[in-house]
Design a protein around this ligand. Structure first.
Ligand SMILES: [Zn+2]
Length: 463
């Protein structure tokens, strides 16, 4: 059976049947990893897979891995001999080879992550694995297409970094240009302007557009300021951080009630979650075991936010087991009215380093991200902001003002932000013309730049 049909069938299983099937897939995957990957045969050597899966304590003893661990151990994790890391690394370091296959083999997709936050990651997918990623995408697109009725054949576009070893570019570069267009975010090393992007959209007139939330925001603002911008999308697909409610509303107002969908995934793991017709975000629990863990590595109760940890059922070239993505998520107890058995995401907060902390006595407590979204929405004169917590007691804020905002904006923002972090926190506010975004268009409105565990230890040590 094709991977896509398999995923479609899974959506109609009962919760219990789906759980049983997922367990079976995980079982097979762990047997494979232990048998074929030196790294996992060593890691899991003393345990049978059955023992691991039936004893939660043993399972939680399996060490976590992440992008860095995979990169360091690439040559012992891999299950095939023709992808030594020195060759993979040399290929990925050479951007001019992005349109060439690795090792003259069309079977392998060899890709890297941008590494805008830390080191880039290196990943290899064979044909079957690529089929899994496509099937996950089609599963999502079926839900999108249930909500739109284009006249004529569907045209879609994606705004991405082109001509690089990025998965989005490499998987889509050979699609037929009459149905799919890639719109670059950089041209000759220079960021493409919103006017240029708008012109490409008017010219190709895609029904569906996929891009990062920051780019969507830019296009929405452009449409608000230029009512004659004639492009009429039927669906907008946001990747990266989840869009705030305000932006969804503005998108619908600017573009004639357009539907906005979220698609959550990564180069490391394939697609993990996606919005259905009813607006719920479903987890691909038939593609990976997804654990939600607290800072100490314990499973958090349903509904609570924790760090997402992935054990893929289909990564065979480079198996990943208990792989920490660094994103924060909660899984809801609710089921979706669309009838799919896949679990529903409560909240997806994005990267862990967007969780900020305040000092409370000798301890640190997380400050929910929504606090700042709401706070800044209620400060008149703020067009956009970026808040960075450099240390527990040190916060810097960049503010892009609306035209005509008063001279007191800087002090006003400082006075409003400070209480969220406690009395001892220094808040430095700068008013800027434009808030910079990363070249890929990812935009983090809030970011933490210290390790809360280390700060906690330091705080306890000073008493
Ligand atoms: Zn649903």
């Amino acid at each position: 059976m094709g991977v896509y049909d398999f995923l479609e069938e899974n959506e109609r299983l009962s919760e219990d049947q789906l759980a049983l099937r997922s367990r079976h897939l995980l079982h097979n995957q762990l047997e494979f990893a232990r048998g074929q990957s030196p790294y996992f045969s060593n890691l899991l050597r003393d345990l049978s897979v059955e023992e691991l899966l039936s004893d939660p304590e043993r399972w939680s003893d399996v060490p976590l891995m992440d992008k860095g661990v995979l990169l360091e151990n690439f040559d012992v994790v891999r299950t095939r001999s023709d992808i030594p890391h020195h060759a993979v690394g040399a290929y990925l370091d050479d951007r001019s080879r992005a349109d060439e296959p690795f090792n003259n083999s069309d079977d392998l997709l060899v890709v890297s992550t941008a590494g805008t936050s830390g080191k880039p990651g290196h990943f290899v997918y064979d044909r079957l694995e690529q089929a899994h990623i496509r099937a996950q995408y089609f599963r999502f697109m079926r839900a999108v297409l249930n909500t739109v009725s284009p006249t004529g054949p569907l045209r879609s576009a994606a705004i991405i970094v082109t001509g690089a070893h990025m998965i989005g570019y490499k998987m889509q570069r050979l699609l037929p240009p009459e149905f799919f267009r890639m719109i670059p975010v950089l041209r000759d090393g220079r960021p493409v302007t919103v006017e240029e992007t708008a012109a490409s959209l008017e010219e190709f007139a895609p029904h569906v557009l996929t891009c990062f939330g920051s780019t969507l925001r830019m296009l929405i603002e452009y449409k608000e300021a230029n009512p004659r911008f004639s492009w009429r999308p039927l669906a907008l697909i946001n990747t990266g951080a989840t869009l705030d409610k305000d932006l969804r509303r503005r998108a619908a107002e600017a573009f004639d009630g357009v539907g906005v969908f979220d698609l959550y995934g990564s180069t490391d793991t394939g697609y993990l979650a996606w919005t259905c017709e009813r607006g719920s975000m479903h987890l691909n629990s038939d593609c990976a075991l997804m654990e939600v863990l607290d800072a100490e590595g314990r499973q958090v109760p349903a509904g609570q936010v924790g760090s997402i940890v992935i054990s893929s059922f289909w990564h065979r070239t480079l198996p990943i087991v208990r792989y920490r993505l660094g994103d924060l998520i909660s899984v809801s107890k609710d089921r979706c009215e669309c009838g799919r058995s896949l679990p529903v995401v409560g909240e997806l907060l994005g990267r862990e380093n967007t969780l900020l902390y305040r000092r409370s006595g000798q301890d640190l407590h997380p400050v929910p991200q929504g606090v700042f979204m709401e706070l800044f929405e209620n400060i008149p004169g703020v067009k956009r902001f970026r808040l960075v917590q450099e240390a527990v007691d040190q916060v810097s804020v960049l503010v892009e003002p609306l035209p005509g905002s008063g001279a007191g904006l800087r002090d006003h923002v400082a006075r409003r932000v400070a209480p969220a972090f406690g009395a001892d926190c220094a808040v430095e506010v700068s008013i800027v013309d434009a808030i910079p975004t990363s070249p890929s268009g990812k935009f983090l409105p809030v970011e933490r730049r210290f390790d809360p565990a280390a700060a906690r230890r330091a705080s306890a040590g000073t008493v």
